[in-house]
Design a protein around this ligand. Structure first.
Ligand code: SF4
Ligand code: SF4
Length: 430
């Protein structure tokens, strides 16, 4: 039997921490759907340990179960030794990069994500295809036996705004110079899929009297990291560290929960003896999720009532990775007229998890159905959240499961309450 891959050997000590108590079963969204041990943290750990002991080959079956994990960290919250299963999973998935990563994925991670111009062009072409005939084309592809039908839902899930956030920001009148300065990190999903959200965030910072610096940052690196392509994630992190160093801002804010948490984890990407690690730590220490930042500054008065029942969904990367749960709720509850209702299982993953809704469509939809049932039970007219991937998934879920709820980013609701007008480019979605 072939030896376990070195990436798995590297996390052996962490595997030994598992006491097999099974508490991780209680809140694992995937285990709740499948009911099989191989879906949950204890099962993943047992698999990896068995490959180290030579009892099982590290084969496609094990790999497939590793890719079923949402990396949501719900199990970590229940686990007595707090094993960070997402790190074990990412290390084990790294074996796939060497042996089975598709050339297309490698090209996207190494050549497109590192090149903002190429990324913009690629997204523009996809948006154009969506606005023309891609939806029909994707449905036809479903007929092919080897085509993963989840990917054919891509056009239905992915918004295709006609203008990207960076184009809109470039057209804004520069504000007069101000004492307070903040750097706004533009997440890819906000730029290309939810520019309205980005504008709402920038409007809030502007109204609060901040000079807002925007730089040509690249993708934060979370997508390749999640697939185990650590080298690509490191390359993106290196680029961002350099760009953010040159920008010389004390505070870096972002309205994407995934970017917030991953930027704060940059140091862990590099070995202890790598000189860039100290700088990665310094960059991470300056990053604030926008909700966290807004909770600490003086905002203009929230005068415009939002007379709706509103609930809040916690993105995993905000609640489980960087423990931000109180700030978004407190901000919502400052809005006059708003009737806040807590969402049952608010911190359970919605099943979005990057491209999971495409790569594991059926599983993702079963996780999403539970989330939408919970949202329906609150009677909310609006569900707020702080992550573009969650917004995409929840909007798709509202349409698919017939839940009459508006899905909004927290900053969009705050802007509404400040009576700041959306800019004319908004609502021009295909
Ligand atoms: S990270 Fe989430 S999906 Fe993965 S094993 Fe833990 S609870 Fe389950
Ligand atoms: S909760 Fe933690 S220690 Fe217990 S079985 Fe799950 S992974 Fe192992």
């Amino acid at each position: 039997m072939p030896d376990a891959p070195p990436q798995v050997k590297a996390v052996e000590q962490e595997l030994h921490k598992c006491n097999r108590c099974g508490f991780c079963q209680t809140r694992c969204p995937i285990y709740r759907v499948t009911g099989v041990e191989s879906s949950v943290a204890r099962g993943h750990i047992a698999h990896l340990q068995a490959t180290l002991d030579g009892a099982l080959p590290f084969d496609d079956e094990i790999r497939a179960s590793l890719f079923e994990c949402l990396m949501c960290r719900a199990c970590t919250a229940e686990c007595p030794p707090a094993i960070q299963i997402d790190r074990l999973i990412s290390a084990a998935r790294a074996t796939y990069v060497g042996e089975a990563q598709s050339p297309v994925q490698r090209f996207i991670f190494r050549r497109i994500l590192t090149n903002p111009r190429a990324l913009r062009l690629g997204v523009r072409v996809l948006g154009w295809l969506k606005r023309t005939r891609l939806t029909v084309f994707a449905k036809l592809l479903r007929l092919l036996p080897w085509f993963d039908r989840g990917y054919s839902e891509g056009p239905a899930m992915m918004p295709a705004p006609k203008t990207f956030l960076r184009d809109r920001l470039a057209r804004r009148e520069p504000a007069a110079s101000r004492d307070k300065r903040v750097l706004y990190f533009v997440g890819c999903a906000i730029d290309f899929a939810f520019p309205d959200v980005g504008e709402a965030s920038v409007d809030l910072l502007d109204a609060a009297g901040y000079d807002i610096a925007v730089v040509q940052n690249v993708c934060c690196g979370l997508p390749p990291y999640s697939y185990g392509d650590i080298e690509s994630a490191r390359e993106l992190a290196r680029k961002n560290i350099e760009i953010l160093r040159a920008a010389d801002a004390d505070t870096i804010v972002t309205d994407c929960a995934s970017c917030s948490s991953f930027l704060r984890d940059y140091a862990d990407l590099f070995p202890k003896d790598d000189p860039i690690r100290a700088e990665a730590e310094s960059t991470a220490s300056r990053v604030r999720d926008l909700s966290e930042f807004l909770a600490t500054i003086e905002l203009p008065p929230l005068r415009e009532p939002v007379r709706s029942v509103v609930t809040y969904h916690d993105p995993c990367h905000l609640s489980r990775y960087i423990q931000i749960t109180g700030e978004p709720r407190a901000l919502l509850q400052r809005i006059p007229g708003l009737d806040y209702r807590e969402l049952p299982e608010a911190d359970w993953c919605c099943g979005g998890a990057g491209s999971y809704a495409l790569s594991h469509h059926d599983l993702s939809m079963r996780v999403l159905e539970r989330k939408m049932d919970n949202i329906r039970s609150t009677g909310a007219a609006i569900v707020a959240t702080s992550c573009p991937a969650c917004i995409m998934q929840l909007r798709y879920g509202a349409a698919r499961f017939g839940v009459p709820v508006e899905v909004a980013h927290l900053t969009e609701l705050l802007r509404r309450a400040m009576a700041l007008q959306p800019r004319p480019e908004q609502n021009r979605h295909a």
